[in-house]
Design a protein around this ligand. Structure first.
Ligand code: DX5
Ligand code: ZN
Length: 217
């Protein structure tokens, strides 16, 4: 099965967002990665439900929301009409993880947990890994596109994949931050099943995003 690529709209051309999204039409195994930032959990602000309600009307791709927010509990209800496929929250931002997962699962087909680069895998108990759909390993410090990949995250991908295989878990292993054709192969061979890429995809010459997406695979 081919790896899923999730182009991050954070790096699209915002004044022609609709046209950029249409340039991704017809590409297989593609999710649209939506970075929702609150200016608090991370030092940046992006977009929210009003923008995404319009995004959903012009694409058939699955919507993959990455909440970089202090209180993701509030957003579970706030985004319920946006048609998100995946709802990922940061482990570091939450106290009652299990409650949040149970709530999000009643609304979204896929629920994910994200870890900052410096947060070890050991914070997530194995029983939680058995009930979620995706683990997002950040390979940059969250908040901005266009940063450099942190190589130590490759070992984290490998370690997570070993836990996944040992227990026959089904969750996707998503990697986000500084992903390019220089590291995609290693990430995939170590167990990544979903690669987020912002500046690499949307920085393509002549806006030829499909070529860049294929080169990640
Ligand atoms: C960073 C975001 C990423 C970002 C990736 O906080 O979570 O999704 O858009 O951008 P690149 O691929 O340029 O590092
Ligand atoms: Zn992201």
């Amino acid at each position: 099965m081919s790896v899923t690529i999730s182009p991050s709209l954070l790096s699209c051309h915002f004044l022609e967002m609709g046209a950029d999204i249409k340039r991704l039409d017809g590409i297989n195994d593609l999710w649209l990665h939506l970075d929702i930032m609150d200016g608090h959990f991370v030092p940046n602000l992006t977009f929210g439900a009003p923008v995404l309600n319009q995004v959903k009307t012009i694409t058939k791709h699955k919507l993959d929301a990455h909440f970089m927010v202090t209180n993701p509990e509030v957003y579970v209800e706030g985004f319920k009409d946006v048609g998100l496929h995946n709802f990922t929250f940061h482990w570091e931002a939450v106290t009652h993880h299990d409650r949040l997962i149970q709530h999000a699962k009643t609304i979204y087909p896929s629920v994910g947990i994200s870890l900052n680069p410096s947060t070890p895998l050991s914070v997530i108990p194995e029983y939680i890994l058995g009930k979620i759909d995706l683990v997002l390993l950040m390979s940059v410090n969250p908040g901005f596109g266009g940063q450099k990949f942190i190589p130590a995250v490759l070992d984290k991908v490998k370690e997570l994949n070993e836990i996944k295989k040992k227990n026959n878990y089904k969750f996707e292993i998503q990697v986000d931050g500084g992903v390019t054709d220089q590291n995609a192969k290693d990430l995939i061979s170590n167990g990544a099943t979903n690669l987020v890429a912002g500046s690499y995809v949307f920085g393509a010459p002549n806006m030829d995003y499909a070529t860049r997406i294929n080169s990640l695979r």
